[in-house]
Design a protein around this ligand. Structure first.
Ligand code: MN
Length: 150
């Protein structure tokens, strides 16, 4: 077995020796143009570090769950929804997504949005909004504007 280097390089927006995975396996989860690379899995630390990339004009799924996320943007600019607030984000911004806060990431129209996401190894499944919850979220003007973006 070959010894893996402790240093893994990020070259041309791909992590070396890392599979490029589909964002989600589950059927019917709405998202657009997102890839996932699992960088680090450490049950002893109870943590998992993933890298996601949302292509130009793409977006991650709108979801919430009990587990927390720490998200650090590495490339591109875009916007994120956390709860009912919308933020412009760019490289090295750290986004703390608290338990049960609705969240979604959207890339801008010029560049992909790439970010690290730290999660607990053991975590609950994401919940998607019901039509009623979506309507409630959309009643906030900033959120409605965020959803309208193509
Ligand atoms: Mn999430």
């Amino acid at each position: 077995m070959t010894q893996e280097s402790p240093v893994r390089r990020f070259k041309d927006f791909r992590w070396e020796n890392t599979d490029l995975l589909a964002y989600r396996q589950e059927e019917g989860v709405p998202f657009k143009d997102v890839t996932r690379q699992l960088l680090f899995e450490a049950p002893d630390l109870k943590g998992e570090l993933r890298y996601f990339e949302v292509a130009t004009n793409g977006y991650s799924s709108l979801e919430r769950h009990d587990h927390r996320h720490a998200v650090m943007i590495l490339r591109g600019t875009g916007r994120c929804l956390v709860g009912t607030q919308v933020f412009q984000v760019g490289p090295l911004d750290l986004v703390d997504i608290p338990p049960m806060a609705w969240h979604q990431f959207r890339a801008g129209d010029t560049e992909a949005l790439g970010f690290l996401c730290l999660v607990n190894v053991q975590r609950d499944k994401a919940q998607l909004p019901s039509p009623e919850q979506l309507a409630e979220l959309s009643s906030h003007p900033a959120v409605a504007g965020f959803f309208r973006a193509k």
